[in-house]
Design a protein around this ligand. Structure first.
Ligand code: SF4
Length: 324
């Protein structure tokens, strides 16, 4: 029988996952979260997580598979893997590829569900990792990668362990494997010492990329982090000007992402959510899709032919019903 609380990585801090399940069922949700990692040992200079949550701890693969199976048995159609720093999953097992192994194991669970990854740091996005997702019917080709900056000197000051060439490599490899990825990213602007040129490097890289959306944050200094001691404080007017520029770019990237789908068909999971009288759902790659409501669509994976752009996504019509 399932215990009400699981221990992540056998350490004392626990994750109350069954509370989440009860709440999700109560709200009639189609999606449930599965936290497989907690804490972090990376020490990015702006981040307080390692101090607040302790060292990185991962749920062993067998346990994660067991819990995912439980959620699938309960009828959830989408399982979202989460963690404080999911990209460090398995580092405490001294295995740098264990997130890929976890995906391979989860992919074998039978059922009509799909698996989505929460935010994954760039260092975990290896060629094997991308291939496992690209080849899978169940794992969504959607990655939210917290790049934070696309300028090497800013990344160095942030103590992020990848460079712009690595980011370019990830995107190139991914799109060589399949065309329909959805890529999101978090970006921090106004990090101490970020010059106009360094900001422009980030903006220009993102503009030229096939990233589909951005979450933009102005740098905010957290007491107790190394970044508070870095020189080059950016005043708030300049920071917010940069936020505005990237917010405009986010709108542009979302529009391009939507436009790439016009006339194509994609698999969509409809949720119990309506916008302007239309039923809302997400495609596997996280495209926002709307459709005229018809009975029995909620909680089903269906093929939708994309017909036109809407305010914040696309509208389509039922293509062909899938068994699920
Ligand atoms: S930003 Fe992410 S990877 Fe870096 S220390 Fe914080 S939790 Fe860890």
């Amino acid at each position: 029988s399932k215990t009400p609380v699981i221990e992540v990585g056998g350490v004392s801090q626990s994750v109350k996952w069954t509370d989440q399940v009860r709440l999700d069922r109560l709200l009639g949700r189609t999606r449930s979260f599965l936290k497989v990692q907690d804490g972090c040992s990376q020490f990015c200079t702006y981040c307080i997580v390692p101090k607040l949550r302790g060292r990185g701890r991962s749920q062993p693969i067998a346990e994660a598979v067991d819990h995912a199976s439980y959620l699938i048995d309960k009828g959830f159609k989408e399982i979202v893997l989460t963690g404080c720093a999911l990209g460090t999953y398995g580092f405490d097992f001294e295995m740098s590829d264990s997130l890929t192994r976890l995906l391979l194991a989860l992919d074998k669970i039978p059922g009509s569900h799909r698996i989505r990854l929460g935010s994954v740091e760039p260092w975990a996005v290896t060629a094997d990792f991308l291939r496992v997702i690209a080849d899978s019917e169940r794992i969504c080709p959607h990655l939210h990668i917290p790049l934070q900056s696309c300028d090497d000197s800013v990344l160095r000051r942030m103590n992020r362990r990848y460079r712009v060439a690595d980011i370019r490599g990830i995107l190139d490899s991914a799109f060589r494997l399949r065309e329909d990825w959805g890529f999101g990213s978090d970006i921090i602007v106004g990090f101490p010492g970020e010059t106009d040129e360094q900001f422009e490097n980030t903006r220009a890289f993102l503009y030229d990329s096939r990233i589909s959306y951005l979450h933009v944050f102005p740098f905010s200094s957290r007491p107790g982090t190394a970044a508070t001691k870095l020189p080059g404080f950016i005043e708030s007017g300049l920071k917010h000007n940069r936020v505005k520029q990237l917010a405009a770019l986010d709108t542009e990237l979302r529009k391009r992402f939507c436009e790439r789908h016009l006339g194509k068909s994609c698999r969509v999971l409809f949720e119990n959510r309506y916008v302007d009288g239309l039923l809302a759902g997400h495609a596997d790659n996280y495209l926002d899709v709307y459709i005229a409501p018809s009975p029995g669509l909620i909680g089903k994976h269906v093929e939708v032919k994309i017909e036109k752009l809407s305010t914040d996504g696309v509208e389509g019509a039922l293509h062909e019903r899938e068994e699920s």
